[in-house]
Design a protein around this ligand. Sequence first.
Ligand code: EPU
Length: 306
Amino acid sequence: MSWRTASKVKWLELLPGVSEDEPLASRTSFGIGGPADFFVEMSRPQAIEEVIDGCVERGIPYLLLGAGTNLLIADAGVEGLVLRVVNREHQVDGREVRAGAGLKMMRLARIAADAGLRGFEFGIGIPGTVGGAVYQNAGCWGKELREVLVEVEGYMPGAGAKTWSPADLQFGYRTSALREGRLKGGLVIEAKFQLERGDGEAAKALMAKLTKERNETQPIKTKNSGSVFKNPPGDSAGRLVQAAGLKGAREGNAVVSTLHGNFIVNEGGATAVEVRRLIERIQAEVRRRFNLELETEVEMVGRFKG
Ligand code: EPU
């Protein structure tokens, strides 16, 4: 059933800067996905909060979008409103760093190093935004966001502004209470991190080394969504995909990377259906060979059938 009624559409049409049937593929790192019924970019927290409250009151579905890096958007697009959060303000105060949800993790890693702080170098391996990184406790090279996070200024539709501690956020491996717990539907406005004072040049050298390593082991110059699957406890999804003989496996223009088995690459014009078919093929083969369930890390959103 469609969410559309004349009054909801009218309300959305009046949002400043809104566009209708806005293509989303170019706003995701996969380069895949149909249009948003309505789309808006916003940076001012209060404006974001008002719009989300307006959607909740009216029963309009909404999706918060950051850098679109861990996302597979359906070919038929996304219903309701897609709100791209672009608040990128940041502030360094001693060892404390505050960053808006829309700031890229990679940018924040450089900002921290420039300020002579250590401990955020892992951020250089995370293509998404601060908001997205909190949402799924993003990590790289054995470090996770929760290790440096002090608190989050958030907003819960209907309940107003909130300050969430790491305990409130119930972080797990690539997840938080925002992704699948009691804070679902909440939004990240700003995150506060506590880092170590140190040698900024050493931080930059480490980031350069880690980036080189990532370049050699992951297909980072391609259109992809990052890791497709979570690593099963004690193992690596990439290793399992390789052992199942699926590197290079293809559905249309979606291909399992030959460099790293846990990446699916859009060679150009791949559809979400093709990617999903490839994901299901991998899951079935890994189940058959190793009796293991590979859980997806990539989030599928929008009008998927079935
Ligand atoms: N491996 C293979 N074949 C492959 C890929 C990997 O045998 O095709 C082996 C590697 O040789 C290594 C082991 O599997 O012995 C682990 O591989 P890797 O070091 O590449 O790390 P990963 O577990 O595959 C994780 C994160 C990445 C993060 C890297 C680097 C997950 C699902 N993935 O990958 O995060 O960049 O470590 O720290 O936790 C992401 O979350 O999107 C992501 C890219």
